[in-house]
Ligand binder design. Sequence first.
Ligand code: ASP
Length: 315
Amino acid sequence: MAKTILVSSEGKYGIEAGVEVLRGGAARLDVIEAAIRPVEIAPECRSVGLGGWPNLTGAAELDASIMDGRTLHSGSVGALSGFRHPISVARQVMERLPHVLLVGAGAARFATEIGAEPGPTDDQAAAVALARQGWETWLTAHVPAEVRADWPDVPLIEWARQSADPETAHGTTIALVKDAAGEIGCGVSTCGWAYKYPGRLGDSPIIGAGVYADSRYGAAGCTGMGELTIRTGTARAVVLYMKMGLSVEAACREALADLRAAERRFKGGVTIHAIDAAGQPCVLSVGRFTDTVRWYFWTEGMPAFEERQTLVAGW
Ligand code: ASP
C-alpha cells in the first residue's frame, strides 16, 4: 500500500510537514492536520486562515472539514471566527460530537470548550492587516461614501453581488492522503469567497460538495466556485464515478460534465483534486486561473514531493 499525499496550490506551505509525518507512519487524519495547519497560519497565504479575505463586514469567517474514508465519519465547521486552526476544530467535531457540521456561534462555542487555540496570534498579525487593507480598498472602490458611513449596518445584498471572488479572489487548501494502512482521508480549509455575505458557507464544509473520501474508491476535494460544486455534489460524484468503474481522470471529467450542465452566474472556475483507491492522482481545472493552478504530490518511492500542473478543460 503506497503512502500518498496530494495537496492543492495553497498546500505548498504544508506539503513538507505532511510528507514528513506520512513517511514516519502517521495515520491519514494526523497527516491531513499536519499538512493543513501550516497553511492556516502561513503569512503568504491569502485564502486560508484568519489572514485570508474577510466577509463583507470585514470579519474572517472560516470553513474547514475532514473526512475519514475508512469509516465515512466526518466533521466540519462553517463561518468560524476567532480560531487559529479550523481544520483541528473540524476534526474534533467529528471525534467528540454526535454531529457532522457546526457553524457560526455554535462552532466558536465548541472551539472554546475544547480549548482550541484562539487567534489571530502575533504571527498572523501582518496577514490580517494585509487582508483588512485589501477589504478597505475594495470597500472604498465599490461603495459610495454615504453608504460606507453606516457600514456594515446597511442592506448588504447588493454589495455581495459585487464582491470580488470568484472573479479574482479564490483558493482553498486541500489534502488527500492514503496512509500506511491503505486507508484514505481528505481535509480542506479556506476563508471562502472574498467579501462574501456574512454567514455564507462555501463547498469546503459541505461533505460531498468540496470534500469526500471513501477508502474503497478514492477521495476528492474542490477549489474554486463553491456555489457550483455544492449544486452538483462534485466531490461525492467523483468518488461515485470511480466506484462505477471509471479511472480517476475519467471520473473527474464526468464530474466536470455535471458542472457544465449547471447554469453559471459567475465567470469563476473549479479545480477538482482526486486520488483513486491505489493513490493515482488527477487534478483537473476549468474556467479562469487555470494556468496558475499547481498541485503537490508525493508517493512512496519518490525521493521528494513534486510540483505539478493541472490538466485544463474549457467550459
Ligand atoms: N471553494 C471555496 C469556496 O467556495 C473557494 C475557493 O476554493 O476558491 O468557499
